[in-house]
Design a protein around this ligand. Sequence first.
Ligand code: NAI
Length: 734
Amino acid sequence: MAAPLRFDGRVVLVTGAGNGLGRAYALAFGERGASVVVNDLGGDIHGGGKTARAADVVVEEIRAKGGKAVANYDSVEDGDKLVQTALDNFGRIDVVVNNAGILRDKSFARISDQDWDIIHRVHLRGSFLVTRAAWPHMKKQNYGRIIMTTSAAGIYGNFGQANYSAAKLGLLGLSNTLSIEGQKNNISSNTIAPIAGSRLTETVMPPEWIKALKPEYVMPLVLFLCHESCPETGSLFEVGAGWMAKLRWERTLGATVRRKNIAMTPEDVRDNWEKITDFTQSSHPASNQESTANMMKVIQDIDSAAEAPVARRTQSAGMDPELAKAHDIPPESFTYTAREVILYALGVGMSTKEDEYLKFLFEGSEAFCTLPTFAVIPAQMAMQQALMQEIPGLKQDLVRVLHGEQYMEVYKPLPTDATLTSKLKIADILDKGSGAVVLYNVESFNEKGEKVAFNQFSIFVVGSGNFGGKRTSDAIIPTATVPTRAPDASITETTHVDQAALYRLSGDRNPLHIDPSFAALAGFDTPIIHGLCSFGYAVRHVLRRYANNDVTRFKAVKVRFAKPVLPGQSIQTDMWKEGNRIYFQCKVVETGNTALSGAYVDLTSSSDKPASVKAPSRLQSDSVFELMQEQIKSRPGLASKINAILVWVITKGGKPVSEWTIDMKTSKNGEVYRGQPKSGKAECTLTVSDENIMDLVTGKLAPPQAFMAGKLKVKGNIMLAQKLGVLFNEQAKL
Ligand code: NAI
């Protein structure tokens, strides 16, 4: 059995722990090794009176069992004093269970100001004050566990409890935001809606319920949520009688009732009411971002709907570049260790399969180093913080932003652990008509104050253009045009199906990259890989091909994000070397789409020597067959279906340049490899150029057409060639 959940060394504050639920929590924490602050004012259930006895009795109970506890008799309205008791007696504060509570039940019309205020003061304000006092200590120690106590009366409403319901649901909102703000410091915050027999419920519950619904049946959930091993945060649970369940929001698919260039009316709402309120199909937004993520698609759908155009309005989007540029944004620091460095390397596709990558993945390696593109992580953290603030002159709806381009420059190799301080500035805002481009410059400094990296994020804000601004700016670091000749080198790599799931752990937790329902809301069929993840792949390819993976030779990179890559797809980085500048672009092999364009890496010095381990593939067809190899492996029944040996001859400029065998006969599960058949004889030989094979695979060129046009030559049993369609169709689908 797994080890019991212990709280040794942890300091726990439970408010209102003299009775009912709070008492059950305090006793259990004490039994499991925590040092407990038992807070209780000792009043009556309506908030009157005061006695030390309530807390003292529980402290005695804990101590009698050998536990550690001290009493605190202050009201939760004196939050500081409660936390001070923890610090004075035990030197720290790890867990706050906001539990103290009273009732002033009255039907709504009879609620006095006092009835309203005292309920809000004890429940909502009290929990705020206690938690606020503990917060800086939790942040500093990078650890904290918080519980808020709401009620079914708040979630669902209850007759006679308007004051209580309002305060109780306020606690859920408070916890939800604390869970977000606390995330980077390992502070979790969860909310429970308990049900238990106590003096608070004895007036409303029958006696047999009071006896049966023991507070001890709520306690285990609270303890689990407060344990260091529990990652849950920002969640809401109903709990009682030994049963517990998590709650979430459900939303109908809704209806877009506005039409292009037509005034929107209340009648439009009435006429769509059934659809607006129909839960037969629904979604479950779990964050503010998810809740508003579909807005961009709604706007685009309306804008692109066919409708007689009317004179375009010039709108002021609230953008004022000069004001935004002048605004001073506080710096943001980011501390990382080998763990973050390794997690990032895995996130951008490094694998221990390649010996040469060990130095990025193992802190014990003598050459352990940080990939230069890791410098986007602290910069992005600074961006995320800045975007949460109001920046004068910058009006942007976060669900309508697209990451357009990225420039990054590194001035010295990044350490493998450090605290970097990033300073963000709005470099400019451009008016592109259909939207605005906001240029964010982020400089990152090390502990000595030396500049280690510079990033420029170019963010397109849909619908925020037409504010009368300029279309271009000197502040932009431009993209490049890649040479027109065939690439000097290419590297193709298949991403993992969990690539985005892994990459997001480095900081960009946008659910677009993991949650299918969120991706659907944003208009994608499946979650997509982060642009900055593909960016990491590409730079890695360049460093491998032209710098022997030597991070000290990396200077700068610029890319434009053209199309997304899906997890599991293959990235082909085509590279052109011109001096120390390596131009590149990335294609998605399965679709032929360009994912990264206009891109280059500047190196301090470059070498033509291919990376020591595997020679990179130079033909497009190489990736097609490599992919086929993978697919055959994952579909063991396929060989017997095809039951033939075929050979592909690939030409370039009319000359054969490579050969591939697809043996679906002599090898049990099928095999794809370079060259002529190792055993047996080709029953069918197909000849095609390296250019045309891509069109065949992606379905742009139908095989009969190719055959008729002389682009595909077939020798031997032509019927067998048709069977291969299965494999090609699979690739086209990807
Ligand atoms: P309880 O009355 O048994 O315990 C609450 C404790 O809080 C009392 O010992 C009281 O002296 C203390 N307290 C009241 N005001 C305080 C203040 N200003 N400062 C410090 N201590 C104060 O109540 P119970 O049932 O254990 O409730 C605990 C929490 O659970 C409350 O927040 C309540 O609203 C909530 N809750 C309870 C439900 C139930 O079925 N028992 C249902 C839904 C919510």
